[in-house]
Design a protein around this ligand. Structure first.
Ligand code: NAI
Length: 332
């Protein structure tokens, strides 16, 4: 019996890159029955909300989704479909492995970071209001429950994967109450994991240290906003947004997606790099217990990258999204 997986093609470059990923995952013999669903601006007019109930039901039923990026309008419009999905499904841990990849030119050759981002609260609570004309307020929600839960996730992840150190990232020198709670929660949980080193770093200093000596870091534990920003910075250390995958994990279901957005500047041109969503698909296959297929796809992608003849524009090549995907399929 094929395994049912929810597929959200997404907006902008989403349909192009998700089609490429599906082509490769199917060609590798993963035996998946994809249930396609739209979200965000494509459905808002019909359903009056960015995430229809039928999509949430599909993910809850299947337990797994592969997702393309969804556009969120700047400064106006409906609440982010991405944030809504994460909250509705309680996908509290956003895990983003950031690694130097053979065949991809970058400034460093030894990066192996895991970003663990709390996915359900912080300034993404969506509680914003106008107090008076010209005066606004956004509420940063940090709870002990969510902070300890994500800290425990980071330490468990570190222990299971043989990682050495967890660094909690904060700005508790300024936000003494909210970031102070995030930091204290991580510190409290760290006492349960004496086999894993633990330290902390203020977010601005972290950005400088990541650019200068990224090899000093192992697992980074961040609240929602810092996790979002530092993920893009870290992607820039290993070749850009086109190559970094992600997993939104909860206790009951998981949604796999690239770190990047819908890239409106290149949408429709067929030139986007599909690697980040392909690598996200590999993370999904591992969660499904299909490690052999995940390894085959990874090896095929690395072989194509190492040869260097076929690559997309962001990596200095001329290949289209589908040409790159077809090269991986041929390698398989
Ligand atoms: P973006 O990640 O879409 O693009 C930033 C830059 O990276 C652009 O120059 C783009 O062309 C390039 N880029 C991104 N992915 C690429 C790929 N696969 N191949 C080659 N180049 C790539 O960020 P931006 O422009 O800030 O956001 C655009 C939209 O995406 C916004 O509506 C935003 O809210 C949404 N977004 C959605 C996310 C999600 O669905 N999880 C995550 C981030 C942003």
């Amino acid at each position: 019996m094929p395994t049912k997986v929810t597929l959200i093609p997404g907006d902008g470059i989403g349909p192009e890159i998700s089609e490429a990923a599906v082509r490769i995952i199917d060609a590798a013999g993963a035996d998946i029955d994809w249930e396609r669903h739209d979200a965000g601006m494509k459905v808002f007019a019909d359903f009056g909300k960015p995430v229809p109930d039928s999509l949430l039901e599909s993910i809850r039923r299947n337990g797994l989704a592969l997702k393309g990026p969804l556009t969120t309008f700047v400064g106006k419009g409906f609440a982010s479909a991405n944030v809504t999905l994460r909250k509705e499904l309680d996908l509290y841990a956003n895990v983003r492995p950031v690694r130097t990849l053979a065949g991809i030119k970058s400034r460093y050759d030894n990066i192996d970071l895991i970003i663990v981002r709390e996915n359900t609260e912080d300034l993404y609570s969506g509680i914003e209001h106008i107090i008076a004309p010209g005066v606004t307020e956004s509420i940063k929600v940090i709870t002990a429950l969510a902070s300890e839960r994500i800290a425990r996730f980071a330490f468990e992840y570190a222990r299971k994967r043989g990682r050495q150190k967890v660094t909690v990232v904060h700005k508790a020198n300024i936000m003494k109450v909210s970031d102070g709670l995030f930091l204290d929660s991580a510190r409290k949980v760290s006492h349960e994991y004496t086999d894993i080193q633990f330290d902390d770093c203020i977010v601005d200093a972290l950005c400088m240290k990541l650019v200068m000596t990224p090899e000093r870091f192992d697992v980074l534990l961040l609240s929602n906003l810092y996790g979002d920003i530092v993920s893009d910075l870290a992607a820039g250390l290993v070749g850009g947004l086109g190559v970094v995958p992600g997993a939104n994990l909860g206790d009951k279901c998981a949604v796999f997606e690239a770190v990047h957005g819908s890239a409106p500047d290149i949408a429709g041109k067929g030139i986007a790099n599909p690697l980040a969503i392909i690598f996200s698909g590999i993370l999904m296959l591992r969660r499904m217990g299909k490690d052999d297929i995940a390894d085959r796809i990874r090896n095929a992608a690395f072989a194509v990258l190492k040869r260097g003849e076929i690559r997309t524009a962001d990596l200095g090549g001329k290949a289209t999204t589908l040409e790159f995907a077809e090269a991986i399929v041929r390698e398989l």
